[in-house]
Design a protein around this ligand. Structure first.
Ligand code: BGC
Length: 439
């Protein structure tokens, strides 16, 4: 059982392309039109029709006691063609922010979450040396237009997942396999894009009269626990080091401090008139945490007999604070868990998952100030399509009907009661258990 500390706020996270629907102008729409790219053949075009249902969806969120909401702005809507900005799209997001304000839900706005406008993708996306400047143009416009309504910003979501899936595994756009040359450039351009955006958002907010400390900017790191399959095996331990560096440590350091090392290429010296020099480019440590891997020789696998979710990801709750501690020791700033959640298609263990992860957070004593559960409602789960369910709210895509799951009820009661007591535990968690069999 646990009591939530006063300074820890609880909420949910989503991403524009996964929920909005109706946009044919982004890289994921195009990617999904090619057979074989999305496991169940669905597309983000349908999504949750959230663009038209913003009012009802936020009302539902409020009815679940949600205190904070992380959501994305779709770049391809704001800048449908290079240099052309759509005022109607900005008005839409301003309206959304006004609704959140009405319900007293504090927003955290993500500027890039995996998808690009088609025009940007066609120009080589973040492989293009001009990409940080192009991204900054969008960020400048958007931050100027929303500065009065948003204090907290995420520049880029999971640069490592975006780069590795797109340029190493080739399972995401642009679908390139083992392209290390591109990967190194993409890493560097993403880090530079984050740094330039960090400085630009602060500049804009200050120009508008906001106190510097009221603006919080960071990015969402995807952090995975890499652990040696056999601790005694030096090759496994060495592999853990390599994977940590290649997948997360180097890109994290480059984006947070401007200092690059292998495999991140040297960062560009300038983005427009912004100089990219070593510094401190974060006001919080953003962590997306999901799972752990058992590493053998340069291969990420599973330990035997561990609890698994419906995508066969290990459920390893203490990893959330292991990673938070590691980041805190190195970067010393308040921690935001910008995503944490699980694929549980039948909602049979999500409540236990939430309980276990929140308990770790509370017991750790670390300065964790935000927890955004991934995700509010089932949505388009990238290459998995609509069939992988991460939502506290179930969505019937045909009718767009939303139904709060038991885990959603549990989460809202945790917020209401500011913790979990024995009665709440008995009602939602005691009878549940994890699954240990592979699907
Ligand atoms: C991403 C989300 C995604 C979630 C579950 C994270 O890596 O930011 O967009 O839906 O993981 O796979």
């Amino acid at each position: 059982m646990f009591k939530l500390p006063e300074n820890l706020l609880l909420g949910v996270a989503t991403a524009a392309t996964q929920i909005e629907g109706g946009d044919t102008n982004n890289s994921w729409y195009e990617w999904a039109t090619i057979p074989g790219h999305i496991k169940d053949g669905t597309s983000p075009l349908r999504g949750n029709d959230h663009y038209n249902r913003v009012e009802q969806d936020i009302a539902l969120m409020a009815s679940m006691n949600i205190q904070i909401y992380r959501f994305g702005i779709e770049w391809s809507r704001i800048e449908p063609e290079e240099g052309v900005f759509d005022e109607k799209a900005i008005a839409h997001y301003r309206h959304e922010l006004e609704i959140l304000k009405r319900y007293k839900i504090k927003p955290l706005v993500t500027l890039h979450h995996f998808s690009n406008p088609v025009w940007f993708e066609k120009q080589g996306a973040f492989e293009n040396p001009l990409s940080p400047m192009k991204f900054l143009t969008f960020v400048s416009y958007t931050a100027n237009a929303l500065a009065d309504l948003v204090d907290e910003w995420i520049t880029i979501n999971e640069p490592n997942i975006y780069a590795v899936n797109g340029y190493f595994f080739g399972t995401w756009p642009p679908g390139r396999k083992n392209d290390f040359r591109a990967l190194k450039k993409v890493y560097a351009n993403l880090a530079a894009s984050h740094i330039a955006s960090y400085l630009e958002i602060h500049r804009i907010r200050q120009e508008r009269g906001f106190l510097p400390l009221s603006t919080k900017v960071g990015f969402a790191n995807h952090l995975h626990v890499f652990s040696p399959l056999y601790k005694w095996n030096p090759l496994h331990r060495f592999s853990v080091k390599c994977m940590d560096t290649a997948f997360q440590d180097a890109i994290t350091r480059a984006a947070m401090t401007g200092i690059s090392r292998f495999p991140v290429k040297a960062l560009p010296k300038k983005v427009g008139n912004i100089s990219i020099v070593p510094g401190r480019y974060y006001d919080f440590i953003g962590i997306n945490y999901y799972s752990r891997g058992a590493v053998s020789f340069l291969k990420d696998g599973l330990y035997p007999r561990v609890p698994l979710n419906d995508l066969n990801w290990e459920i390893y709750a203490s990893g959330i604070t292991e990673m938070a501690k590691r980041m805190y020791d190195e970067y010393l700033a308040p921690i935001y868990i910008t995503e944490n959640g699980t694929c549980d298609n039948t909602d049979s263990f999500r409540s236990r998952y939430i309980y276990d992860h929140l308990k770790q957070i509370v017991d750790s004593g670390l300065p964790i100030e935000r927890y955004y559960h991934w995700t509010f409602m089932d949505n388009f789960e990238w290459a998995e399509g609509e069939s992988a369910c991460f939502g506290l709210v179930k969505v019937a895509y045909e009718t767009q009907e939303r139904t709060v799951r038991a885990s959603g009820e549990f989460y809202s009661k945790i917020i209401e009661k500011k913790g979990v007591d024995q009665a709440l535990f008995n009602e939602y968690v005691a009878h549940t258990s994890y699954n240990f069999e592979k699907r």
